[in-house]
Design a protein around this ligand. Sequence first.
Ligand SMILES: [Zn+2]
Length: 351
Amino acid sequence: MNKINKFRMPMLHVVGMTPFNSTSTVCFIFLKEEKEVHYIWALRQLHTIFVVMGLPCTITTDRELALMNALEQIFSTSAHLLCVWHIQKNVTVNCKSAFINGDEWICRSETSEVHAQRLGEFSTKYATKPTILEYICTTWTPYKERFISAWANQCLHFGNVNTSRVEGAHSTTVKSYLKKEFEAKLSAERMRVYYYYDIPFYREVVKRVSLFALNEVHKQLVIAKRPSTEADPLCTSGFSASMGLPCAHTIRAKLATNQILHLEDFHFHWKLTNPTPATILILLGEPPKPATLELLLASINVTYQQLAPHQQQATHSQLSQLSSQTKEVSTSPAVARTRGRPQGSSNREGP
Ligand SMILES: [Zn+2]
């Protein structure tokens, strides 16, 4: 959310992630106020874009309750995470004076058991500071599934657990991510190969998924090649579930059976595919023109859902008429001669 604009209106900045792990602006939405009703309106507009592209799997925001409530209504099928960067900033502001030895807070617990244990230790340590405990327990604990790794990593967030990249994107313009740049990046990635990917294991995926994704998988391969010990962490499936990439455990199993990586091992997000026309237009910040029939029908559907029952009834009957229209009816009727004023007559009333 940004308010430094010439309209002095709250502005919702929505960004998405590219397969190269860079940020691209999806849109800016000006709001009248930061109330739930205004967020609902804004998210409905956003929904009309996504309904064509496919709905996002995960949306990350800061802890803005009006926005969170609106998200639950409009993007009910997407997972919703809270920005870890904002949480840490808030906790520091509220607890810094009371924290002992610059205590860190507890976002990175990989399992629910570890989280419960750390929360217990934290509560014992701060037993004499009830305001700290109350702040943590009322402000953050109710939302623990939305930011603590044990739960948050079950959502496909592609490593995107904070919105600080949006803050960075404020300083660049929408035009910094034009179609041309996307395509240039795409062809560069299709050309470039690093020597360590020149092994049979990567044969089917090299130049077909982004280098960022390959780098992430390569780190897992390095772990998988280490001799396993009893101290190795068990697979929580957090890495695969959150990144859409195979983890060290999956890779180790592949190596043991002489298997290689396949394209299906990577989530669609990481694949080097040309964006669809709708995506390009959205990257350009322009509404698709002229609207394709598919786009038009999708947007009619969204608008229809927002209408009052009596308006829905009227729209329904108009649409029924349209759908039962035959070829004969839709062609222009022949122009009939009338007895009225002859064509081209300038005998009109008034200017
Ligand atoms: Zn694993």
